[in-house]
Design a protein around this ligand. Structure first.
Ligand code: ATP
Ligand code: MG
Length: 268
């Protein structure tokens, strides 16, 4: 479904971030990317999102080349980046107002035309209410970002990323700035929501345990310039629960990923 085909990227300042990176993600799959800091993970995600053009290689989504941001690809970053003067509800609505998209897909089925029409507006309102419920923020519709905890702000960012019902969600260290307990409860929610909506996901994370908890496949990245060192299939049953962390299979998977991460890299 989503293919990164032999992606290389060198920034204008000469920094080679990625070298010949390929990734195949099938529909509904959750792929986690782990790798040393600075190996080009965020660069890869920005390329997958169509935010920057790779120096070489192509990104394909369902056979269509991605060359610019698309409403079919949702994004969530480490920083929720909510607009402080807008309520939770209004922040979630934002992607629909950015004008990239003049048609809106209701609950993924029917095109309902211009999102500014009153029909569209009432559908959007009910869709926002559904999403707020889904991410566990019922009662906070009219709260402002300053009234939210970090974890709640990330929940808003998740709902905002899902408002266009994107078939693909890209997550760059979405829980990186949160405390351990909040992280666990959010990863739990993300697993539920993605399963429920059938969303395909690619997530960058520093946490091997988080990758094992969420992913079907973990791709391990070499130090910069980033390329694929290896990948690990995670066959743990779903729904996942943090209690599985004490399972021997869980520990073995963590060990396997760690081994790939610490492999000496050829100095060519
Ligand atoms: N806009 C830019 N211009 C020039 N160099 C950049 C730019 N963005 C990133 N880089 C460089 O490209 C390399 C890869 O950066 P990137 O942010 O993709 O790494 P990362 O794997 O996401 O790191 P981290 O785990 O710390 O988030 C780094 O050496 C970084 O300094
Ligand atoms: Mg990064």
């Amino acid at each position: 479904m989503l293919i990164a085909d032999h992606i290389s990227h060198t920034y204008p300042n000469g920094v080679e971030a990625l070298r010949d990176f390929s990734l195949h993600v099938s529909r509904g799959q959750f792929v986690a990317i782990v790798g040393p800091s600075g190996c080009g993970k965020s660069t890869l995600l920005r390329i997958l999102a169509g935010l920057i053009q790779p120096s070489a290689g192509d990104v394909w989504l369902d056979g269509e080349r991605i060359t610019q941001p698309s409403p079919r690809i949702g994004l969530m970053f480490q920083d929720a980046a909510l607009l402080p003067w807008r309520t939770v509800e209004q922040n979630i609505r934002l992607p629909l107002e950015l004008g990239r998209k003049t048609t809106w897909r209701g609950n993924g089925n029917s095109e309902i035309g211009d999102w500014r029409s009153s029909d569209a507006q009432s559908l959007i309102s009910s869709s926002i209410a559904d999403l707020i419920h889904l991410v566990g923020l019922s009662g906070f519709e009219r709260a402002y970002p300053r009234e939210l905890s970090g974890g709640m702000a990330q929940r808003v960012a998740l709902a905002r990323a899902l408002i266009t019902h994107p078939p693909v969600l890209l997550l760059d260290e979405p829980f990186g700035a949160l405390d351990a307990m909040t992280r666990e409860s959010l990863t739990d929610s993300v697993e539920d929501i993605l399963r429920e909506t059938g969303t395909t996901a690619v997530m960058v994370t520093h946490s091997i345990a988080e990758a094992v908890f969420l992913a079907d496949q973990i791709v391990v990245c070499s130090p910069r310039p980033g390329s694929v060192v290896g990948s690990v299939h995670v066959g743990l049953p779903r729904p996942r629960a943090w209690a599985m962390e004490s399972w021997p299979e869980f520990g073995a998977l963590v060990g396997h990923v760690r081994e790939l991460l610490t492999q000496p890299t050829p100095t060519t």
